[in-house]
Ligand binder design. Structure first.
Ligand SMILES: [Zn+2]
Length: 285
């Protein structure tokens, strides 16, 4: 699943590609979107801005119309110059937004809807998001308080709770807890405020580092936004050395050499990776 950093990177790329430009053509295979387009055409509207909120990507059009998409596992936004060949099959196309200079195409996005700024303010899932470390108005104190309020929930699952802190997915969950040396199965109620503050600080550092790195242009000249490949937390660019623990079950810990452990955790049985020596538990899970 793409995490907050990738969504922010995608938003910045889309902003550069189509921000401020007039829509010359809109197309979608999603009836929910085409119905709105039929009544209040996208063509002729200006793309005012593109922004990420947690894992949601919001494209604001003039006339108070906002396209909200969520990538889940396989969704992605690509940008192409007019006439350039798509790098994913046409059958995966869900949304096309064309301007004179650039085409933005959403492939396989499972969640897409038009909303108004009023919808965003009232009762929609975006407004239930916790503070997002990748936004300028992020307040760590707010995230710490929301996390503390999760009581007996294990810290790894609290990090995945988008209403406590937004933008952290399954990869960063394990990486952040290794970075903060916290056992993933510790109920948040057993952590001190200092420990939670350290977790939030590490999460912020890792996520921000991944926003500035990343986006690469293809040989064809089009920017392709792909999810999942570039994330790193160790600061190393070698693909085999870019993460501390995620996906490394049985391999030696990069700090102490202990084989990395893996266990499915939480209501959705998401894999958690950790080092039993660097992140000891009072009682092992
Ligand atoms: Zn270790």
């Amino acid at each position: 699943m793409p995490e907050g950093d990738t969504i922010h990177r995608a938003a910045a790329t889309l902003q550069r590609a189509i921000g401020g430009q007039v829509v010359t053509r809109f197309e979608s295979v999603l009836p929910k979107l085409t119905r709105v387009d039929a009544g209040a055409p996208l063509r002729g509207r200006t793309v005012e801005r593109v922004e990420a909120r947690g894992k949601h990507l919001l494209i604001w059009f003039s006339g108070d119309l906002i396209l909200r998409t969520h990538m889940r596992m396989n969704g992605s936004w690509h940008i192409y110059r007019p006439g350039e060949r798509w790098q994913r099959p046409h059958g995966d196309m869900r949304i096309v937004i064309e301007t004179a200079a650039m085409h933005a195409i959403a492939f396989s996005v499972p969640v897409a809807e038009f909303v108004t700024s009023r919808d965003l303010l009232h009762g929609n899932i975006v407004s239930d998001l916790g503070p997002d470390p990748l936004t300028e108005d992020f307040r760590a104190e707010d995230a710490i308080e929301r996390m503390q309020a999760r009581g007996d929930t294990e810290i790894a699952d609290v990090l995945l709770d988008q209403t406590a802190i937004a933008g952290i997915g399954n990869v960063f969950k394990s990486e952040v807890l290794f970075g903060a040396r916290i056992n993933p199965f510790t109920p948040v109620s057993e952590l001190t405020r200092e420990q939670i503050a350290e977790i939030v600080a590490v999460a912020t550092r890792f996520m921000r580092a991944n926003v500035v790195s990343g986006f690469s242009r293809t040989e064809a000249g089009g920017g392709v936004i792909t999810y999942g490949g570039m994330r790193r937390t160790t600061g190393r660019s070698d693909p085999s050395a870019r993460l501390w623990v995620y996906g490394r079950a049985g391999q030696p810990c990069r700090r102490c050499g202990t084989p990395i452990s893996r266990l499915k955790q939480g209501p959705f049985a998401r894999s958690t990776y950790w080092c039993e020596r660097c992140q000891p538990a009072r009682t092992l899970p």
